[in-house]
Design a protein around this ligand. Structure first.
Ligand code: HEM
Length: 416
């Protein structure tokens, strides 16, 4: 065993046992972040805050929620909303948080795409981010089922049905996921377990991994500039703070983040108190009824773009049915962002506005995703169906073109 001297202070006592001063340096005061970044780089910290808010409000909801098809609806809409003191507040915080977290995830993700933060050694940051996206999607989907309203039931029905399209094992897989031939009590209890235990645990692990993946390649900056972090850190520590291109994570970077976080929290609680309705579908205030299909079934807003890609193909092309084409397109839409670092063939790490071809590609993609999201909620008939078809095709074509235009771009301007 190591030899211990009598500690002169409490800090030294902890230092001898846990190396807290070193830990503080490595994680906070000597973890270097580029100086030249804007408010969009605060989204990561906002996401952590939202995850904490969801966790805490979720724990309070868990005290009264009942995962049983006969009790779930009333436990949410009657017990929590009307009987328990401030139960309504916890529910609104949880529902608004679950919706807004996706808005922030999308901003965070598209900031990464805009600034090329997935390139040159940052691939693992991107992949771990995508893992978080998948986990949050699963968390959102499983949570939406818990109030056991009409949309909980039918969205669960439609989404689990999609797995039936997988060749050979599809039908068995659907039964395995549901735990029954139809969406039932077994489905609710297993999604409850996933929502409150397994997925949150996986998210915690994935967040830790995402942070670890940031350590070696370091955070990107507004210009996509590469520099020696150790050299810049030395300048900072030597007192040359103005000249140095980096600042410590704590207190400098986080204090700026906390300001953005402060504005965000005002916006968040404004939504919680005055506009919570957008996060809760009116149809979901009717109890689930397996015999009464709602006129239009749609998922929450953050899944609408991929849902529209699924519905976009409504007629047969080259002998393949519309349903199968939709499923293939849906699978592509859900997997394509994962391989983004390898689809962009240009080594240029620059903001999109400084990239001659990519800048058009980027804004076209954003416009297309907005159209898909809007039409994903409308009934897929008449003109809507055609808009759905063309915007789904645009999505696929854009991704097919990405390697081509970025290769051309690399030839034109070269990489750095
Ligand atoms: C939902 C949970 C997530 C959390 C808590 C989280 C947290 C963070 C934090 C704190 C940072 C560093 C500062 C910043 O750029 O904001 C960061 C960076 C990054 N994240 Fe996430 N993130 C999450 C999801 C995602 C997703 C879904 C993606 C996209 C695939 C992603 C991709 C990235 C990238 C590429 C960077 C590096 C940015 C740069 O170097 O400039 N993250 N993340």
């Amino acid at each position: 065993m190591a030899e211990f001297k009598k500690a002169e202070s409490t800090l030294e006592w902890f230092d001898q046992r846990l190396g807290v001063t070193n830990l503080y340096k490595v994680m906070m005061s000597e973890y270097w972040i580029p100086k030249k970044i804007n408010f969009l780089w605060a989204m990561g910290v906002i996401l952590i805050m939202l995850f904490k808010i969801l966790l805490i409000s979720g724990i309070f909801l868990l005290m009264y929620y009942k995962p049983d098809v006969n009790l779930a609806f009333d436990s949410v809409n009657y017990t929590i909303m009307q009987e328990v003191g401030y139960g309504w507040l916890m529910r609104h915080v949880h529902a608004v948080g679950a919706s807004v977290v996706f808005l922030v995830i999308y901003i965070h993700m598209f900031t990464g795409i805009y600034y090329g933060s997935y390139k040159k050694g940052r691939e693992m940051i991107w992949l771990s981010g995508m893992l978080l996206f998948v986990l949050f999607s699963a968390e959102g989907f499983s949570g939406y089922m818990l109030p056991w309203g009409q949309m909980s039931y039918w969205a669960a029905y439609v989404i689990t049905e999609i797995f039936g399209g997988i060749p050979f094992i599809g039908n068995e897989l659907v039964v395995w996921i549901r735990g029954n031939f139809y969406v039932s009590d077994a489905t609710l209890t297993r999604f409850f377990m996933l929502h409150v235990l397994l997925i949150p645990l996986a998210i915690l692990g994935a967040i830790a991994f995402h942070f670890y993946a940031l350590r070696f390649p370091h955070v990107n900056n507004e210009d996509g500039e590469f520099f020696d972090f150790d050299e810049e850190a030395e300048k900072y520590l030597a007192g040359n703070k103005k000249e140095s291109k980096v600042v410590p994570f704590w207190p400098v970077f986080l204090s700026k983040d906390f300001m953005v976080l402060g504005f965000f929290m005002i916006f968040f609680f404004y939504l919680v108190f005055y506009h919570y309705g957008f996060a809760m579908d009116a149809i979901n205030f009717d109890k689930a009824d397996g015999l009464k299909t709602p006129a239009h079934i749609y998922p929450e807003w953050y899944f609408l773009w991929s849902y529209e890609v699924l519905r976009g193909f409504f007629f047969e092309i080259a002998g393949i049915s519309g349903k199968d084409l939709g499923l293939i397109a849906f699978a592509i839409a859900n997997g394509i962002f994962l391989v983004f670092p390898w689809l962009d063939r240009s080594p240029l790490v620059k903001p999109a506005n400084q990239r001659p071809y990519f800048k058009y590609w980027f804004w076209l993609l954003i416009a297309d995703l907005i159209v898909l999201t809007i039409y994903g909620k409308l009934p897929p008939t008449g003109v809507n169906a055609w808009v759905g078809f063309f915007s789904s095709m645009t999505f696929l074509i854009l991704f097919a073109l990405l390697p081509v235009i970025t290769k051309m771009e690399a030839k034109k301007v070269g990489g750095e």
